[in-house]
Design a protein around this ligand. Structure first.
Ligand code: SAM
Length: 272
């Protein structure tokens, strides 16, 4: 079961807005980050599944790196964003398909076939059923194929407090307005203070945020504040979960800030 619809953050609305500022520089950074995290794995001609594609930016990065891409998202506006990005950069390309679907629908996932890479960045902890989503995300990975997941770090009481904040934000216009009035100034002034202490130009943090996977700081603030359902996990729990399913961990990138995403790259161990 998923969380009640009324308390689900409209991710696609944020992504539609992000498309207004999407530039070649964002795309180049998204491509670079995907390429770097995959190491020496060459995406050319490989099947890449983008689970919860959001804006479609990382599907685009995978396609630019030569993969055959299948993108899907639960949110209709996110699907529209991914379609818009495809139409802008790869119109009429039969090797990139965009669909509406949920990682929680096992029959749908199994109908998609097998992939060299399954990619679920910042998605599974927003489904309301994290462990089911983690399980379903590995189903389409081929033998020797890769699974790239990013999951919010569990910081105990701090994460529980954020869960309450996010839930209230997503409960309706009142929660959204109150939480926005409180937290956007906190995000803005805490950044400003840090920059002043470090004698750094305060505009740099906004401009340079695209170095983080091609993202935008203002859109990331909104995604963070509203992103509900929210189920963070400790990295050890994710690692042992996938090891028990026959995967080996080949790369782990912990978050720069404690509540961010841990990024994991697993490989499905090939049977001898
Ligand atoms: C934080 S965004 C991440 C988007 C993208 N993966 C990225 O890295 O920028 C989370 C996305 O997961 C999608 N999502 C949430 N629940 C989902 C589900 N059950 N199945 C597929 N996508 C889902 C949301 O609609 C949203 O677009």
């Amino acid at each position: 079961m998923t969380e009640p619809e009324k308390e689900r953050f409209p991710f696609g609305e944020n992504w539609l807005n992000f498309l207004n500022i999407l530039s070649e520089a964002h795309i180049a950074e998204a491509e670079k980050s995907l390429h770097t995290f995959l190491g020496d794995f060459d995406l050319k001609g490989k099947r890449f599944l983008d689970i919860g594609s959001g804006s479609g930016l990382h599907s685009l990065a995978a396609r630019k790196l030569g993969a055959d891409v299948l993108s899907f998202d639960y949110d209709l506006q996110s699907v529209a964003c991914t379609k818009e990005v495809k139409n802008r950069y790869f119109p009429n390309d039969p090797t990139w398909e965009v669909q509406q679907g949920s990682i929680l629908e096992r029959d749908y996932i199994e109908s998609l076939g097998k992939f060299d890479v399954a990619y679920a960045w910042g998605v599974l902890h927003h489904t309301g059923v994290l462990w089911q989503a983690l399980y379903n995300a590995q189903l389409p990975v081929k033998e020797d194929g890769l699974l790239f997941v990013a999951i919010y770090n569990d910081q105990g009481i701090i994460s529980s407090t954020w869960k309450i904040i996010k839930r209230f934000y997503s409960s309706g216009w009142l929660g959204r307005s109150i939480m926005s009035l409180i937290f956007y100034p906190i995000f803005f002034f805490s950044g400003l203070l840090l920059d002043l202490i470090r004698l750094r130009n305060p505009a740099t943090r906004y401009y340079e945020h695209k170095k983080y996977r091609g993202m935008s700081l203002l859109h990331d603030w909104r995604d963070w504040l509203g992103g509900y359902p929210y189920e963070p996990a400790k990295p050890e729990a994710i690692i042992s979960f996938y090891q028990n399913l026959g995967f080996e961990l080949i790369h782990l990138l912990p978050p720069d800030i404690g509540f961010g995403n841990n990024q994991f790259l697993f490989r499905r161990i090939k049977h001898k």
